[in-house]
Design a protein around this ligand. Structure first.
Ligand code: PBG
Length: 338
C-alpha cells in the first residue's frame, strides 16, 4: 500500500454532501408537487366546517368551503384531489343505496368542481363504507359475512354514477374480488372510455385507518368489527403481487399500495415487478402519528413530513396520497434546493 492510501481514505463520499448545491445535484430522488394527491372529506349542505379530532389540521368541509382547497391545489401544482364523502346517518342503510344516487353528494361535488376547476383531476372512492349503516365496504349476508359478487354489482353502479358526473379516476378501495374487471367492462359499455381506474390493489387490513374512520363516521358503526375478511393480511407480500397482477389484467390503469410507510417494501416489489404507475397512500394514522409527535415537540414537523414523502419516491412510488399534500407543496416552493 502506498503512503497515500495509508494516510487518507481511498474515497470520500462526504465530498458530495458538503453543501446544499452539490447535494441537490447528486440527489437521486426528489419530490415534486405533481407527485401529490390531496384526500379531502366532504360534508353535505353549505357553510359547514368540522375539525377531525384525530387528524389535526384536517377538516370536513361542505362543498362551498372545499372550493378554496381546490384552488390551492391548482395554484400549488397539486394535480389531483381524492374525495371522501361524509354522509348523514339518515341516508345510510344496510345496502348503502345512497352510493347509487346520481344527485348524491359525490356526483354533485364532482360536477361543481369539474366546472370550476377543469384542470384539477378528481378521484372518487368506490366502496360502500360511507353509505352503509354497518360501516362495512360491502353488503352483508345474515351471518355478517361481506358478500362478494352482490357487492361488486353495487360497486359497478356506484362507479358509473361517478363516471357520469365526470370524475377523472375511479378508485375502488373495497377489495372485493373481480371488481376491477366488472367496473372496466361497465365503463366501456357506457362509453366512458377515458375514465381511469386507480385500483387500491394491495390494501391491507390496517389499524392505521382509525382516524379516517372517525372522519367519515364509520368507526362507530363498525364497532368491534374489522375488515380482515376482504382487506389483506399484513403478513403477506407475494399476495400483493397477485392482487396487482389481477387488477392489471382486469383493466386497472394505476395501482395503489396502502397504507404507506409501513408497506414501502410492497411499493418497491410492485414497482419492480410490474413497472406500472404505482401510488401509495400515506394514510390517516400515519398522518396522525407525525402530527402528534410534532405537536409534542418530539419531532420536527416539516422535516419529518418531507422525509416521509420523499421515502415513497425512493421506494418507487410515482405518486402519494397524503393529507400533507398542500403543506408539502408549499414547502417545496419555498425550498427550491431541498
Ligand atoms: C374505505 C377507505 C378507507 C380508507 C380509504 N378508503 C378506510 C377503510 O378501509 O376502512 C383509509 C384512508 C386513510 O386511513 O387515510 N373504503
Amino acid at each position: 500500500m502506498s503512503t497515500f492510501l495509508q494516510r487518507f481514505p481511498a474515497t470520500r463520499p462526504r465530498r458530495l454532501r458538503r453543501d446544499a448545491a452539490v447535494r441537490a445535484m447528486v440527489r437521486e430522488h426528489r419530490l415534486h408537487p405533481s407527485d401529490l394527491i390531496l384526500p379531502v372529506f366532504v360534508l353535505e349542505g353549505a357553510g359547514r366546517t368540522e375539525d377531525v379530532a384525530s387528524m389535526p389540521g384536517v377538516q370536513r368541509l361542505s362543498l362551498d368551503r372545499l372550493l378554496p382547497l381546490a384552488e390551492q391545489c391548482v395554484t400549488l401544482g397539486v394535480p389531483a384531489m381524492a374525495l371522501f364523502p361524509v354522509i348523514d346517518d339518515a341516508r345510510k342503510s344496510d345496502d348503502g343505496r345512497e352510493a347509487l344516487n346520481p344527485e348524491g353528494l359525490v356526483p354533485q361535488v364532482v360536477r361543481t368542481l369539474k366546472a370550476r376547476f377543469p384542470q384539477l383531476a378528481l378521484m372518487t372512492d368506490v366502496a360502500l363504507d360511507p353509505y352503509t349503516a354497518h360501516g362495512q365496504d360491502g353488503l352483508l349476508d345474515p351471518s355478517g359475512y361481506i358478500l362478494n359478487d352482490e357487492t361488486v354489482e353495487v360497486l359497478v353502479g356506484q362507479a358509473l354514477v361517478q363516471a357520469e358526473a365526470g370524475v377523472d379516476m375511479v378508485a375502488p378501495s373495497d377489495m372485493m374480488d373481480g371488481r376491477i374487471g366488472a367496473i372496466r367492462e361497465a365503463l366501456e359499455a357506457h362509453g366512458h372510455i377515458h375514465t381511469r381506474i386507480m385500483a387500491y390493489s394491495a390494501k391491507y387490513a390496517s389499524a392505521f385507518y382509525g382516524p379516517f374512520r372517525d372522519a367519515v363516521g364509520s368507526a362507530g358503526k363498525l364497532g368491534k368489527a374489522d375488515k380482515k375478511v376482504y382487506q389483506m393480511d399484513p403478513g403477506n407480500s407475494d399476495e400483493a403481487l397477485r392482487e396487482v397482477a389481477l387488477d392489471l389484467a382486469e383493466g386497472a390503469d394505476m395501482v395503489m399500495v396502502k397504507p404507506g410507510l409501513p408497506y414501502l417494501d410492497i411499493v418497491r416489489r410492485v414497482k419492480d415487478e410490474f413497472g406500472v404507475p404505482t401510488f401509495a397512500y400515506q394514510v390517516s394514522g400515519e398522518y396522525a402519528m407525525l402530527k402528534a409527535a410534532a405537536a409534542n415537540g418530539w419531532l420536527a414537523h416539516d422535516a419529518v413530513m418531507m422525509e416521509s414523502l420523499l421515502a415513497f419516491r425512493r421506494a418507487g412510488a410515482d405518486g402519494i396520497l397524503s393529507y400533507f399534500a398542500l403543506d408539502a407543496a408549499r414547502w417545496l416552493r419555498e425550498h427550491p434546493l431541498d
